[in-house]
Design a protein around this ligand. Structure first.
Ligand SMILES: [Zn+2]
Length: 400
């Protein structure tokens, strides 16, 4: 089927057309990225058949003449300027009918339409200026959090990445909805040990695919969007290969689904202390991460305190709370503090187990695992609050 050129005419409410100069029409089509200014629909092919038919129309913001039936035509704009690019928008047929229907002229005022045009063209320009080298590979890890399945939309991810000048690549997605989807694993409700182990093995398997794509140069860096239980995020951090740069994006707090660091966050430092030296030759170390909340010491099971040297990491000069860690630099400051604790633990040669009890945000959870990777020689056991248990309960041992 022969492809028709883009319409270089504009269409009025009664179906009459007005010829638009070719360079003007081309300018409006290109600035709109071939998409509807209102609904972002792709206008270069017919949706269902894929036939190359232009389904877009050029519409006047201020109607082309001043007669009564001309939408927004009573505006003071000179009629000679009305067929210029500034007064034209690219739009789909459906939306065109809406903005030109007489009862809605007040809703779709000229100023309102100019706002739509400005925003749409700005967004198209922003998106298309991302160069290929700015591409980052998305890794979403989705589980269930205390019984509720979570979701993490592609558009929310795209928005977070584009706002920091990164172009999302979904090379890891495979046939699933997400890159790593733990929602169908058995035992989550019961918090059974096999659930935690199955999750770790599943993540390990998915990261093997990541390893292959890193090896052949398809993936050069990754953007992690984690939405799962804290022990699983710590395990993810431990399983990630240190050679791939990875940035973890936090979910914003509040109703609307949005990801990324809030504007104007403050860097937060951390400090560590020894709560109990255990003995001269401790057999295990227990680290309490009181970041988003305080770890309740009387809920730590005896197995984790027996002949244990007990540490606590806390925010410096602040009470633990959910909004403390809101810059990437804060996560780095946390990691530095945690590595200092690891260095101290390594001076006790009899320590064979490190117990981790963490009240932390997701970004810090991944950071806990990443620092453990090569530098801790003892086995690392993660505890968490699980449903129907008053005390912290052993969940999983970190994989290596
Ligand atoms: Zn539309």
């Amino acid at each position: 089927m022969a492809e028709k050129p883009p319409r270089n005419s504009a269409i009025g409410p009664n179906g009459t057309t007005r010829t638009i100069r070719e360079p003007v029409a081309r300018r409006v089509w290109v600035a709109a990225g071939g998409r509807c200014t209102f609904c972002n629909r792709w206008l270069l092919d017919e949706e269902h058949t894929g036939e190359p038919v232009f389904i877009g129309q050029l519409a006047h913001i201020v109607g082309w003449d001043t007669t009564k039936g001309s939408p927004r035509g009573s505006d003071s704009m000179d009629v000679h300027d009305r067929n210029e690019a500034d007064n034209l928008i690219l739009i789909c047929y459906d939306q065109h009918r809406v903005i030109d229907s007489k009862s809605l002229w007040d809703v779709y005022s000229a100023d309102r339409l100019r706002d739509f045009k400005r925003q749409h063209e700005h967004r198209i320009k922003k998106l298309t200026e991302l160069a290929h080298r700015d591409s980052t590979t998305v890794l979403r890890l989705v589980g269930t959090i205390h019984g509720s399945p979570v979701q993490l939309s592609q558009s929310a991810v795209n928005e977070a990445l584009v706002s920091v000048g990164q172009h999302p690549s979904y090379a890891l997605i495979g046939t699933d909805e997400y890159e790593i989807d733990l929602r169908k694993l058995p035992g989550e409700k019961e918090d059974a040990p096999f659930h935690w182990n199955a999750a770790v093995e599943y993540i390990r398997d998915r990261l093997r695919r990541l390893g292959a794509l890193v090896a052949d140069g398809t993936v050069v860096n990754i953007a992690i969007f984690p939405l799962a239980r804290i022990p699983i995020l710590i395990a993810l951090g431990a399983l990630l290969d240190d050679t791939v740069p990875a940035v973890v994006y936090p979910k914003r707090r509040g109703g609307k689904e949005a990801w990324g660091w809030p504007a104007g966050g403050r860097d937060q430092g951390f400090e560590w202390s020894v709560l109990d030296s255990g003995s001269d030759a401790p057999k295990q170390a227990t680290v309490l991460f009181s970041v988003s909340g305080s770890i309740e010491k009387d809920r730590i099971p005896a197995e984790a305190t027996d002949v244990a040297r007990i540490y606590e990491i806390r925010p410096a000069g602040a009470t633990p709370n959910f909004d403390l860690v809101d810059t990437p630099a804060s996560v780095d400051l946390f990691s530095r503090c945690w590595r200092a604790v690891i260095a101290d633990i390594e001076t006790f040669p009899d320590v064979t187990a490190v117990n981790v009890i963490a009240a932390v945000p997701t970004t810090v959870a991944v950071a806990i695992g990443r620092s453990v990777n090569a530098s801790v020689h003892a086995s690392v056991r993660v505890y968490d609050r699980v449903e129907h248990h008053a005390n912290y309960t052993f969940t999983l041992e970190l994989p290596r």
